[in-house]
Design a protein around this ligand. Structure first.
Ligand code: SAM
Length: 247
């Protein structure tokens, strides 16, 4: 059946994504800095600023950082809350989590994080159990995006918030041509020099080009049940921050 074929294609996508991150895990952070010339740090800071995690409260503030990889969003959230937030850094890839857990030993508040292997499409967490769900540059790697958003909605408490940071297609005249040339001609060779392989970075560029545009992605948040869904674009639309509330 058509549906059956689609399921196989989705499973293929996940295996391919897993192989990519298995191969780059150890050099992932370095590649992020090189490819984005450090700008990913500013976008991530802006995301955490928008979340504005509380610094004190009468009960724990629990965050699920999905596709959290090497943990840098988790670390930022905990630091912004001055050690108050409790973050579950979750990712489908053991290698990314291994690098993250190792790095976390030298964080300012290492006890505030835990690392849990999980698939964003089927979360092993209870309903209504998190105050916030964050996912940075992760959702476009998930084969069934709608399923992951539905799961995010399920595990959030009422009053909880989702923030999604993701690349988008650059459509700023002039800049789009530069960005396309940079993506095609600089990123894969850079990936080859640093990680020994250009193929993962070819995947990376294609996955950005295939990702739903901001209006469509916002409608998927609404479909999952999120209210007050909105988005903000950064740096000539290279990245977009989406926000929604479970109310
Ligand atoms: N959040 C980190 C950051 O911003 O640097 C890591 C982002 S990295 C580009 C994408 C991550 O998505 C990888 O660590 C990958 O293993 C993870 N991932 C891919 N498919 C996933 C899935 N179905 N469920 C959970 N994580 C997934």
């Amino acid at each position: 059946t058509h549906f059956g074929e689609q399921t196989v294609a989705m499973d293929d996508k996940q295996s391919m994504v897993n192989a990519v991150f298995h191969n780059v895990a150890d050099r992932y952070d370095l590649m992020n800095d090189l490819m984005s010339v450090g700008v990913h740090r500013l976008w991530k800071d802006a995301m955490v600023n928008e979340l504005a995690p509380p610094k004190t409260g009468s009960r724990p503030y629990r965050v699920l950082d999905m596709a959290g990889g090497t943990g840098d969003i988790g670390e930022r959230i905990i630091n912004a809350s001055v050690g108050y937030a409790e973050v579950v850094v979750s990712d489908i890839n053991t290698d990314m989590l291994r690098v993250g857990a190792e790095r976390a030993k030298s964080w300012r508040y290492p006890a505030q994080a835990s690392f849990v292997e999980a698939n964003a499409e089927e979360l092993p967490f209870e309903d209504n159990s998190f105050d916030a769900y964050t996912i940075a540059f992760g959702i476009r790697n998930v084969p069934r995006i709608q399923k992951a958003l539905n799961e995010a909605h399920r595990v959030l408490k009422r009053g909880g918030r989702i923030l999604v940071l993701e690349f988008s297609q650059v459509d700023v005249p002039g800049f789009d041509a530069f960005y396309r040339a940079y993506s095609d001609n600089v990123i894969p060779p850079m990936g080859k020099v640093v990680t020994g392989d250009s193929q993962p970075y070819q995947y990376f560029i294609e996955s950005i080009r295939k990702f739903p545009n901001p209006a469509l992605f916002t409608s998927m948040l609404v479909e999952a049940g999120f209210k007050r869904a909105k988005h903000t674009s950064f740096t000539g639309n290279i990245a977009t921050l989406f926000s929604g509330w479970k109310i």
